[in-house]
Design a protein. Structure first.
Length: 315
């Protein structure tokens, strides 16, 4: 998923809520949109924090074993490769990471059972045994281990996703994009990274994506009646029960994007909203929305309401 598609989805969801609630202002809806976008970044740091919490869990286990009344040789001289993994330190010790956690309400304190559950899964997995039993490891080996437990254990677990949804129900749509950025962050770590380095990635382009989100929301609200008139003109031959409020709202969003973003090719906009329709409307809505939008685009072109800039953008 691209950041732009996620923004389109967020705008769609807020517009749907806006259309169903009385007394909600455009300004309030715009604030909710920006808050929703910011929450995607919270999810990014929440997942990175989870990794460091797993290391902390391992440290507590080792410390508790050393302080038992009856200790074994393994308790007194444990294999500390897991807690010594430099990737954990690069994350937890990074200045930007610590600053973000300090200024945002992100924590796993209310979900320690997930930490325990995932920690146990990791300890029992062959990936862990192979890593801990190696005679020697270098930085790339440490990093590969973290990537493996992230992709093969954490992100394959339904309880992980359910817990995140319980923390914030709106994160469900963010998973695909944010998990990809987390993986990119881990994969691109370098052995020489320091606490001052910016090793993190933005979920969105703050200038371009936020402007896209606000403009798309505003234009669609202002042009809703105008867009619906165009849509209604081309749905006369369709079975009325197949036309939902969500279908109309998706098409209205598409029309406003076509009219107000000259750098986005027509085909890109149409393809994006067809994909969104398949996920957020009825199973048969995709072909319906596609057919209506094709006719609406022809009208907008004829009226010169679509003006694209750059080579190849008109088709």
């Amino acid at each position: 998923m691209t950041s732009r598609r996620l923004i389109r989805i967020k705008v769609l969801q807020l517009l749907y809520a806006y259309s169903k609630k009385e007394g909600v202002s455009q300004a309030e809806t715009e604030r909710d949109l920006l808050k929703s976008i910011e929450k995607s970044t919270d999810l990014y740091y929440q997942i990175l924090l989870l990794l460091t919490e797993l290391r902390h869990k391992a440290f507590l286990k080792i410390d508790a074993a050393k302080n038992k009344h009856f200790t074994t040789e393994a308790d007194l001289h444990p294999n500390t490769r897991f807690i010594d993994n430099p990737v954990f330190s690069m994350l937890s010790g990074n200045r930007k990471f610590k600053s973000y956690l300090l200024n945002h309400p992100i924590s796993w304190n209310d979900n320690l059972e997930l930490i325990q559950f995932l920690y146990q899964r990791i300890m029992e997995h062959p990936i862990y045994k192979e890593y801990m039993d190696r005679k020697e490891v270098n930085f790339e080996d440490h990093k590969r281990f973290i990537l493996d437990i992230f992709t093969e254990i954490i992100t394959q677990n339904d309880i992980f996703f359910q817990t995140l949804e319980d923390i914030n129900i709106y994160w469900n749509d963010d998973f695909e994009l944010v998990l990809g950025v987390v993986y990119k962050t881990l994969k691109n770590l370098k052995e020489g990274n320091t606490e001052e380095d910016n090793i993190f990635y933005a979920i969105y382009n703050e200038a371009e994506d936020l402007d896209f989100a606000k403009t798309l929301l505003r234009k669609t609200i202002l042009e809703q009646d105008e867009n619906i008139k165009i849509i209604d003109k081309y749905i006369l031959n369709w079975e009325i029960e197949r036309i939902s409020d969500m279908d109309k709202l998706i098409m209205s969003l598409a029309l406003s994007e076509l009219k107000h973003f000259p750098a986005i090719p027509i085909k890109v906009t149409l393809d994006e909203y067809i994909e969104i329709t398949k996920a957020y409307s009825s199973p048969k809505s995709g072909s319906f929305v596609n057919g209506v939008l094709d006719k609406a685009v022809a009208q907008l072109k004829e009226n010169q309401q679509i003006r694209k800039t750059g080579r190849g953008l008109m088709e």
